[in-house]
Write a protein of this length. Structure first.
Length: 394
C-alpha cells in the first residue's frame, strides 16, 4: 500500500539549513558550513570572516612586529624601518678622562721649603769648615764645627739641595683664564684652575690651556649649494674649552679639530639649500635665511665638538659669496633677471594705462571707434606710454 505525501509550495523551495546540518551530524558525513543570516543581510559563510593563519615568515621577534588582535582577523604587521639617513657616529672618548681638580699647595709652602734647602746648604758649608774667614767675620759666626768634606757633609748637601730644588722648582703662577693640565708618567693627574702663586710637584708635566671665551674667524672656505654652485663662505665661531682634560688629551690639537668640524658641518648644511631661487619662491628656502643656517650650523658643530671637551656657543656665516670663477657669470645672470623683471612691470603698467584710457573714452561717449580705429588708438597709446616710461626711467 503506497503512501502519498503532499508537498506544499513552501516545502518545494529552498530547504532550511538546520535540518541539513542535523542530518549531516547524525550520519557522520561532511559537515556543511555554518551560516549567519538575519533580516537585513544575506547569508554569509562564517569561515569567510576569519582568514587562516599565514605561513610562517622568517622575521625576527622584535618590538617592530605588531601582533594581531584576537577575534578581528587582523594579520601581524611588520613595521618597515624608517627611511632616512643613518645616525652619524659619535666620537667615543675614554669615560675616565674627565676633568678633576689637581692637588697643589700654596706658594708659601714651596718658598719655605726652598729657603730651608738654601739654609741647609749654608749650614753644611759652615759645618764642613769651607767658609772663608771674611765671610765668618761678616756674618759674626764662630769657627767651623768640623773640618773637611766627609760622607756626612755630602749627604747633608744632597738633602738640602734636593729640598731647595723641589721647593723653588715647583713654584708656579696661575693666571686668570688659564689652566694647567698635569700629567705624571703619561697619566692624567688633574687640572689646576687656581690663580696666584702655588706649588706644583716639579716631576709632573704641565700643559697650559686657555679656558677663556674665544672667537675664531675662518678663512674663505669652498662649498657648494644644493644646485652645485660653488660658494665661498666665512664663518665666525664663538667657543671655549669646557673640559681641559679631554681637549688636551683626547685629541692632538683641539683647535685644528674645531676647524675641521666647522668645515664638515658647513658642507653638510649649505649643500641642502640653494643660494638663490626665483622671486616667486619663499626666501626662507634659500641660504639668505641666515638665522636658520646659523642655528643648524651651531647645532652640528656643538654636537661634534662636545665629546672632546669644547663648548660652541655660536657658529654664524658672516659672508656668503660666489666663487671667483663663476661670480661674473652669476652677476650677469642676476642683472638679466632684474632687467626682465623691470620690463615685465613696465609692460604691465603700460597695458593697464592703455586699457583704462580706451575704456574711459568709450564709456563717456567722447569718441565712437570701430575695430580698426580702436586698434590704431591702442597702438599709438602703447608707443607713447612706452616712450614716456623709457624717458622717465633713463
Amino acid at each position: 500500500m503506497s503512501t502519498t505525501t503532499s508537498h506544499t509550495p513552501e516545502s518545494e523551495g529552498t530547504p532550511s539549513a538546520e535540518p541539513r546540518s542535523e542530518t549531516a551530524a547524525e550520519g557522520g558525513g561532511p559537515r556543511s558550513a555554518r551560516l549567519i543570516q538575519n533580516e537585513a543581510t544575506t547569508e554569509i559563510p562564517v569561515h569567510l570572516l576569519f582568514r587562516d593563519d599565514p605561513e610562517p615568515v622568517s622575521v625576527p621577534l622584535a618590538p617592530a612586529v605588531v601582533g594581531r588582535r584576537r577575534g578581528t582577523g587582523e594579520q601581524p604587521r611588520v613595521r618597515r624601518p624608517a627611511t632616512g639617513r643613518p645616525p652619524r657616529p659619535v666620537p667615543e672618548v675614554d669615560p675616565e678622562l674627565v676633568e678633576r681638580p689637581a692637588r697643589v699647595l700654596p706658594g708659601a709652602a714651596g718658598a719655605l721649603a726652598g729657603a730651608c734647602g738654601v739654609a741647609g746648604c749654608a749650614l753644611t758649608t759652615w759645618w764642613a769648615g769651607v767658609l772663608p774667614p771674611p765671610v765668618l767675620e761678616a756674618l759674626d759666626l764662630p769657627g767651623a764645627a768640623g773640618a773637611g768634606l766627609g760622607p756626612a757633609q755630602w749627604a747633608a748637601y744632597a738633602g738640602a739641595g734636593a729640598l731647595g730644588l723641589f721647593g723653588f722648582g715647583g713654584l708656579a703662577r696661575g693666571r686668570t683664564g688659564r689652566a694647567w693640565v698635569l700629567g705624571l708618567f703619561g697619566r692624567y693627574r688633574g687640572t689646576v684652575r687656581r690663580t696666584g702663586l702655588m706649588w706644583v710637584n716639579p716631576l709632573v708635566l704641565r700643559r697650559r690651556v686657555d679656558v677663556r671665551l674665544r672667537h675664531w674667524r675662518s678663512e674663505p672656505m669652498s662649498v657648494v649649494d644644493a644646485n652645485g654652485v660653488a660658494l665661498r663662505v666665512v664663518v665666525l665661531v664663538v667657543w671655549r674649552v669646557k673640559d681641559t682634560a679631554r681637549a688636551t688629551l683626547a685629541v692632538d690639537d683641539h683647535q685644528a679639530y674645531l676647524r675641521e668640524c666647522v668645515e664638515a658641518a658647513l658642507s653638510r648644511v649649505l649643500s641642502q639649500l640653494p643660494a638663490e631661487l626665483p622671486p616667486s619662491v619663499v626666501k626662507d628656502l634659500t641660504l639668505r635665511n641666515t638665522d636658520a643656517v646659523g642655528e643648524s650650523l651651531t647645532r652640528m658643530v656643538a654636537a661634534d665638538t662636545a665629546p672632546v671637551g669644547l663648548e660652541v656657543f655660536s657658529a654664524q656665516p658672516t659672508r656668503i659669496e660666489y666663487a671667483p670663477e663663476i661670480a661674473a657669470v652669476m652677476q650677469r645672470r642676476r642683472i638679466a633677471a632684474l632687467d626682465a623683471q623691470h620690463r615685465d612691470s613696465v609692460l604691465g603698467s603700460v597695458v593697464d594705462s592703455v586699457e583704462d584710457t580706451v575704456t574711459r573714452l568709450t564709456l563717456r561717449g567722447l569718441v565712437e571707434l570701430d575695430d580698426y580705429e580702436r586698434k590704431a588708438l591702442v597702438k599709438d597709446l602703447t608707443v607713447a606710454f612706452c616712450t614716456g616710461r623709457g624717458e622717465v626711467s633713463s
